[in-house]
Write a protein that binds this ligand. Sequence first.
Ligand SMILES: Cc1cc2nc3c(=O)[nH]c(=O)nc-3n(C[C@H](O)[C@H](O)[C@H](O)COP(=O)(O)OP(=O)(O)OC[C@H]3O[C@@H](n4cnc5c(N)ncnc54)[C@H](O)[C@@H]3O)c2cc1C
Length: 292
Amino acid sequence: MNIFSGLEKIVEEKYPLGQDTWFGLGGAADFLICPQTIDQLADVVKRCSENGIDTHILGFGSNLLIGDKGVKGAVIKLAGNDFARISFSSETLVAGAGADLNKIVLDCVRKGLGGLEILAGIPGSIGGAVRMNAGGNFGDFGSAVESVTLMDNEGNIFEKVKPELSFDYRSTNITAKYILDAKIKLYQADTTQLLKTVKEVWIYKKNTQPLNTKNAGCVFKNPRGMSAGAMINRTGLKGMKIGGAVVSEKHANFITAQENCKSSDVIKLIEKIQKAVKEKFDVELELELQIW
Ligand SMILES: Cc1cc2nc3c(=O)[nH]c(=O)nc-3n(C[C@H](O)[C@H](O)[C@H](O)COP(=O)(O)OP(=O)(O)OC[C@H]3O[C@@H](n4cnc5c(N)ncnc54)[C@H](O)[C@@H]3O)c2cc1C
């Protein structure tokens, strides 16, 4: 019997997953499943769990590298409208996990609501921003999040609220696999001032990051009190190329994928960087990039 019988419209087999990531690299997923509603997601999650099928949840693929051999099991993408809903109520915003962070930042600015403007220019979905606690020099997403709605492997839905919910550098204490939405606390602010901040953040990004390339943002987390980019720079690896993967000249913590790049090129370059930084600084660089 087909595990996904009745769900044919939302299930695709042998789906080339790289095309759904910013790197654009890697092999196929056994299944790509795009539930349209929360009930459908619960159904999919239960079927996978009962049949021992591994699942991964995909946001906008801006922090992901898919291995050349692809992904075993099911990749679930919250692409339906149900997951992209956003609703403002006074100074609170509830945003579905499939909503676009950048669009929301601009919606907030237009409404004169502050809190997310510092995240301008960070690509990705709300689900990805929660899971990764997306952020940078100016602040992080977790600081604005009050609670999240989650789903476990049996399809049960529950909330996690601060202070039980906590965020750290590029991480959170959420253990449930599926993030469904986030409640975000904003504050009244002057639109002109917010717009000025957004522009400043964008200019900073444009000047410091290789934005018009295939990449997935910073590859490594900054070790406490140190800059991974500066350390890589000092190992002399800026511009180093393996196959089609290159350490960006503009920001040494970015790897860009040039023509004919394979995921294995990126992985080899990652290992080379880790070895060089370990040798020079005795520091183990930890990945921020998620590799499937
Ligand atoms: C040009 C560029 C610049 C970037 N700049 C920054 C930056 O300044 N700061 C920063 O923090 N990041 C940055 N990033 C990385 C990336 O934008 C963030 O990590 C982003 O939050 C990832 O969101 P996503 O939806 O693309 O997640 P994906 O890349 O699709 O997934 C990332 C992780 O989140 C999980 N995930 C996604 N959705 C859900 C969900 N609904 N439920 C549970 N888990 C989920 C995935 O399983 C995976 O583990 C940059 C990336 C690029 C390409």
